[in-house]
Design a protein around this ligand. Structure first.
Ligand code: PLP
Length: 472
């Protein structure tokens, strides 16, 4: 506490004596040394150590140097309720007191997991979801959906249906199954060979696509036709499922035309292919609708959710299962229907208690409505930034997920380099706004509780960042 106080952090952290943490010098000295960070080169992390985030309050976080910034990243697309949601903290504390853990494997269950499964199937009833299988996060949820999709076909006596189709630019986590359906080389190349029998078709990305089509509705049709062609080429009776994000997040916030997902749904129906909606980012209001699938009224066969399920306060995810799949498993009279899949932390009672509180708060605050209203303001601000800064090649947004794709040459759409991207993020941080950079894209996914003033502050931070990068 004394060392922290020396750095003026005693007040900042609240009750430093209760934190199991060594002093700030220790943390700084060891930053990026005994730890390898996800999605980063270890040597690069040592050369440019990451910011140590010490505290979060409202929609802001404070680093070890005492700088408080508005978190336009929302943790990692997940802290929808911001950092001060007392009902979640209290629910977790109460559950820790009552029962910190018990397994959900056959033979035992826990109250919060039963209750949260009930709530989630009600909440996602418009998407046709009737069952929940709990996981520890998004990658687990995707893996679960892929595995259960294969099992579904084995139960139905169509064991040849093993292949998966997915969109280029899609992101589905980093397990081997998820990486296999991922549509971005960065997450694939070093881990090949991946799952065999996975095929990708073009994303409905107006800014860059193989058809040179800029009209979203026409592009949606072309991309749907490409799926049809791939199915014909592979043979529908070899394909287990098609997986897609209703709005592609990590691939750069690619917002398909509203006709696209319904066309995919119709194609899957026609060929009896299961549709997995990866809603790890788009679930719980981020797009302005309670689910991404709800934006276009689609009922998938599986939904994968995680992230905002606990607003990031506990690692939890779920694979939701539609009636068509559930009926086949539950009516099965062979040994194929037993689920040989699960995680030690499937249905973790503390996570599920956090999930129940987060869902109640999300509903009470009608966060979908705030995401939609603030999203419109953010979109306008991004269009203005595009008009002002040559660096901005394209802006894309839906609710409170947004991206600015930066280019060094607008006509050639040449992606901005790493130095430029770092300059934008660093200057914005200096102006009090945390951004996330992925390739040549700035990704925005602020907490859904942000105000109009916060939106203006994010736009200001971006403005400062873009001006600084252009001047560098
Ligand atoms: N699916 C989507 C759409 C995601 O955006 C992510 C993570 O960003 C995942 C899956 C993987 O989730 P996790 O990082 O919790 O494993």
């Amino acid at each position: 506490a004394e060392a922290l106080g020396h750095f003026g952090l005693t007040l900042l952290i609240g009750k430093p004596e209760s934190l199991p943490m060594r002093d700030i010098n220790f943390l700084t000295e060891n930053n990026a040394k005994p730890i390898w960070h996800p999605m980063a080169h270890p040597a690069e992390m040592r050369a440019t150590p990451p910011k140590i985030i010490m505290k979060g309050e409202g929609v802001s976080v404070t680093d070890a140097e005492g700088r408080t910034v508005l978190d336009a990243v929302g943790g990692l697309w997940n802290v929808n309720l911001g950092y001060s949601c007392d009902p979640i903290k209290q629910a977790m504390a109460a559950q820790l007191d009552a029962l910190p853990y018990y397994s959900g494997f056959r033979g035992t269950s826990t109250g919060p997991s039963i209750e949260l499964a009930y709530e989630l199937t009600e909440w996602f009833a418009p998407e046709g979801m009737v069952r929940a299988f709990f996981t520890s996060g998004g990658s687990d949820s995707v893996e679960t959906a892929l595995r259960l999709a294969r099992q579904y076909w084995k139960i139905r006596g169509q064991g040849d249906r093993t292949k998966f189709l997915a969109l280029k630019k899609g992101y589905h986590g980093t397990h081997f199954g998820g990486a296999s359906v991922n549509g971005n080389a960065n997450f694939r190349r070093n881990y090949e060979p991946l799952l065999p029998g996975v095929f990708h078709t073009p994303a409905p990305w107006t800014y860059r696509n193989p058809f040179d089509e800029t009209d979203p509705a026409k592009l949606a049709k072309l991309c749907a036709r490409a799926i049809e062609e791939e199915i014909a080429f592979q043979g529908a009776d070899t394909i287990a499922a098609f997986i897609m994000e209703p709005v592609l997040g990590a691939g750069g916030v690619i917002v398909p035309h509203e006709s696209f997902m319904p066309m995919v749904r119709a194609i899957c129906h026609r060929h009896d292919i299961l549709l997995i909606a990866d809603e790890v980012v788009t679930g719980f209001g981020r797009t302005g609708a309670w689910a991404g699938s709800r934006l276009s009224g689609v009922k998938p066969d599986f939904m994968t959710i995680a992230k905002a399920i606990t607003s990031g306060y506990f690692p939890l995810g779920a694979t939701l299962i539609g009636a068509k799949v559930a009926d086949v498993f539950e009516a099965d009279k062979t040994s194929f229907g037993a689920i040989g899949h699960g995680y030690t932390y499937s249905g973790h009672p503390v996570g599920c208690a956090a999930g129940l509180a987060a869902l109640a708060e999300t509903k009470r605050l009608a966060l979908n409505e705030n995401a939609a209203a603030r999203g419109v303001e953010l979109g306008k601000a991004l269009e203005a930034l595009k008009a002002k800064h040559q660096l901005v090649g394209d802006v894309r947004y839906q609710g409170l997920m947004a991206a600015l794709e930066l280019v060094s040459d607008r006509a050639a759409k040449k992606p901005a380099d790493k130095k430029t991207m770092a300059a934008v993020a660093d200057a914005a941080y200096g102006a009090g706004v945390m951004l996330r950079v992925s390739g040549n894209t700035v990704i925005l996914s602020p907490p859904l509780v942000i105000s109009a003033t916060d939106v203006a502050k994010i736009a200001e931070g971006l403005d400062v960042g873009l001006a600084a990068a252009a001047a560098a």
